[in-house]
Design a protein around this ligand. Structure first.
Ligand code: WT7
Length: 687
């Protein structure tokens, strides 16, 4: 890149900077957690749409236009980047005060046409999907033409069994071409897909099927992950037994091993084989729901976050292209599971709507060894990788040899998402994985935002990336930090509740079946603002750093888990009177799960381990193994206020080994319980 400038950092504790070109002035930060990195090319990937517009030259021009003239900004992009059956008449109809969000009114389009047909027609031999199967070296390639055939056949399969517009289809599949085709097939016929992460238990799956009132389930015989077989069909059978609404279960043969086939079961492979590969796409309204995806809240059952067709798709495509500087012909490697929003937006809809080649990663970061990601980068020649900080923290412990023995020169951009990126992981990502040559983009967003909302890219020419911060709002996003009294904080060096006061096309439209809860959760806490549930800090330079959840939601390895869900699961045990669950700092997972359990009567020390195992099993059964507590402490009571509210602040301090920071405990009904907690905690976990 012409005129490239590099800033290298030497020395770990006291950063020193070497600057190879001093043409442009910039500030260097020497605070421990903040330093500049190489400055090459951190610019806005050009928007061809605005190239002839003299008013929209710089990144600041574009950003301002996205907020001040959203109709022009998003209207122009929606026209040029999406293919429509019928053009929209109105760009937006939004009232943030009422949580009323509508984009591209009267437009008609189909997401599968946008993600598959238009590229199958234009560049049918281009690779759409690289299925990075569990065993390294066994990857499979799917062209846009092949994907189109799969999608059409599957759409016909669904249609011929009675699935139609507006119907909900639950997808419980491993990350695979069939899963992508299933999502696209739903979109093609206007059905709303609800992908459930294939690590959720049968109870969790059943709850989601029932909440969505889904008649159709698509699953596989087994999953394969880290060399192990996962009995998906068995889990689905147990779930479906609890779901009177289910009328049919399509079973895809991932391994081909024998699984019992029941009355409702249909072989997906056989059924697809006899379908035509032409299925006319439904003309969907811009605001028709494309999918719903369940996510945890602080209370109650998981929320079916619902996304629209046009707005979501446009935002997914724009962010995938511009945050990662995706260029035609490149290979984009987002290693998320399709069961989470990252999988939806950056494995499926974003890349495919841009005609990209996207990786479907079926394995784990450590299978067969901790070099898996980098061996894959070398073998598949990936240009971008997008992963979770937790995997960086896990891998950096294993040493640099696992990285350096592979050729990573194809990589241009390194992304991460899901939880705060700590400086050590950032340094390792930047210095070791990227050899100081790639830009690290820490991206902040949520299931609800549809796509990346705060990220270092795109940004102004010459702008710097500051370590381990999402930094800058994306187009259309105007962040606001609120104080305790609900007033907006202005200026720099402030910290508060992270809200967004603008509207953007990718934002969620509702919670499926519970619009009131949608308004109560996101719009009523700060009228006139969308409330994210996170806290954030705005530094001197105006950059944003996420400080963590402000509600009772934990973030374990980038997965959102409600404390109430884990508590409910354990409360069902006959020997349990009450539980309280909090997150605590965990060096790999970001947050670990700590359960304080009040048993009925005393627990015999001989039986304590067995009871703990039973409690973990209950969580595994009700939610899934990823939500099992890391630590369980039996206690005779919990710290409660006179009104009966558990003071989680105290539990968090105990769990975090900070008994000196408990603060005022005089409002507790029984302050003595705190002493017992501190003592038992230090005995049990030897701190
Ligand atoms: C929550 C959203 C969006 C994809 C993955 C998770 C946390 C997300 C960051 C980041 C700090 C982050 C927030 C957010 N989070 N990205 N870059 N830095 N925290 O999606 O399950 O909807 O969870 O993940 O707490 O609210 P999700």
């Amino acid at each position: 890149m012409a005129g490239a400038k590099y800033v290298c950092r030497i020395g770990k504790t006291k950063p020193v900077f070497l600057i190879s070109s001093l043409k442009n002035q910039f500030t260097c930060h020497t605070r421990k957690d903040v330093f500049c990195t190489h400055l090459r090319g951190i610019t806005t990937t050009p928007f061809p749409e605005f190239q002839g517009d003299p008013q929209l030259k710089s990144h600041a021009d574009l950003y301002n236009a996205s907020l001040q003239n959203p109709d022009y900004f998003w209207g122009t992009l929606a026209k040029s980047r999406l293919q429509w059956f019928q053009k929209f008449n109105q760009v937006k109809d939004c009232d943030i005060n009422k949580g009323h969000i509508r984009w591209f009114m009267d437009g008609k389009l189909n997401a599968s046409v946008n993600c598959v047909d238009r590229y199958a027609k234009k560049t049918g031999d281009a690779i759409a999907l690289i299925w990075e199967k569990d065993e390294p070296g066994t990857e499979e390639y799917v062209t846009y033409r092949q994907l189109s055939q799969m999608v059409n056949k599957m759409a016909n399969m669904l249609k011929s069994s009675g699935v139609g517009r507006g119907d909900r289809v639950a997808i419980y599949l491993p990350t695979s071409p069939v899963a992508v085709a299933a999502m696209m097939a739903c979109a093609r016929i206007g059905a709303i897909h609800s992908v459930v992460f294939a690590g959720f238990s049968s109870d969790a799956l059943a709850g989601r099927i029932i909440d969505a009132d889904a008649e159709t389930v698509i699953t596989a015989d087994e999953g394969v992950r880290g060399g192990k077989l996962i009995p998906l069909k068995q889990t689905v059978d147990a779930a479906v037994a609890q779901c009177p609404c289910v009328k049919r279960v399509f079973v895809y043969q991932r391994t081909g091993n024998d699984v019992p086939m029941n009355k409702l079961d249909i072989s997906l492979d056989k059924e697809m084989a006899c379908q035509s590969d032409v299925c006319d796409p439904e003309e969907m309204g811009s605001e028709d729901l494309l999918f719903m995806l369940y996510t945890s809240g602080s209370t109650g059952k998981p929320k079916g976050i619902a996304h629209s067709t046009a707005g979501y798709l446009l935002y997914a495509g724009i962010t995938q292209k511009h945050v990662f500087d995706y260029q035609e012909g490149e290979r984009f490697g987002c290693v998320a599971d399709i069961g989470w929003i990252t999988g939806h937006t950056y494995v499926v809809y974003g890349p495919l709507s841009n005609g990209a080649t996207t990786v479907l990663f079926e394995s784990t970061p450590t299978y067969p060894d901790p070099g898996r990601y980098w061996e894959m980068v070398q073998r598949l020649k990936l240009n971008q990788i997008y992963l979770a900080p937790t995997s960086l923290r896990l891998l950096l412990k294993e040493g640099n040899e696992w990285v350096t023995k592979y050729d990573r020169s194809s990589l241009r951009k390194l992304g991460c998402v899901g939880e705060p990126l700590n400086s050590e992981a950032y340094d390792w990502y930047n210095d070791v994985i990227g050899d100081g040559k790639c830009e690290v983009v820490d991206t902040w967003w949520q299931t609800e935002t549809g796509g990346i909302a705060i990220a270092p890219r795109p940004s102004a020419k010459g702008a710097k990336i500051v370590a381990a911060k999402p930094m800058r709002p994306h187009f259309g996003i105007q962040p606001a930090l609120m104080d305790k009294d609900g007033k907006e904080l202005t200026g720099s060096n402030v910290q508060g509740a992270l809200c967004i006061k603008s509207v953007w096309p990718g934002m969620a439209r509702t919670i499926y079946g519970d619009h009131k809860r949608f308004l109560d959760t996101y719009y009523n806490p700060y009228p006139g603002y969308y409330f994210s549930g996170d806290g954030a800090h705005r530094c001197e330079e105006g950059y944003y750093q996420i400080t963590g959840r402000m509600d009772d939601v934990m973030n374990v390895s980038g997965h959102r888990i409600g404390t109430a869900e884990v508590e409910d699961a354990m409360d069902n045990h006959a020997q349990v009177a009450e539980t309280a669950v909090v997150g605590y700092p965990h060096d790999v997972k970001g947050e670990g799960i700590y359960a304080f359990v009040v048993p009925m009567g005393d627990v015999d020390p001989e039986e304590a381990d067995a009871l703990k195992a039973e409690l973990k099993l209950m969580v595994k059964t009700v939610i899934g193994s990823f939500a099992q507590p890391d630590k369980i402490l039996f206690t005779p009571g919990l710290p409660k206020t006179r009104s009966g509210k558990i003071m989680r602040r105290i539990l968090r301090k105990v769990a975090d080994n900070k008994p000196d920071e408990l603060g005022d405990i005089s409002t507790l009904v029984d302050p003595s319980v705190v002493e017992i907690l501190v003592q038992r905690h230090s005995e049990e976990f030897k701190v």
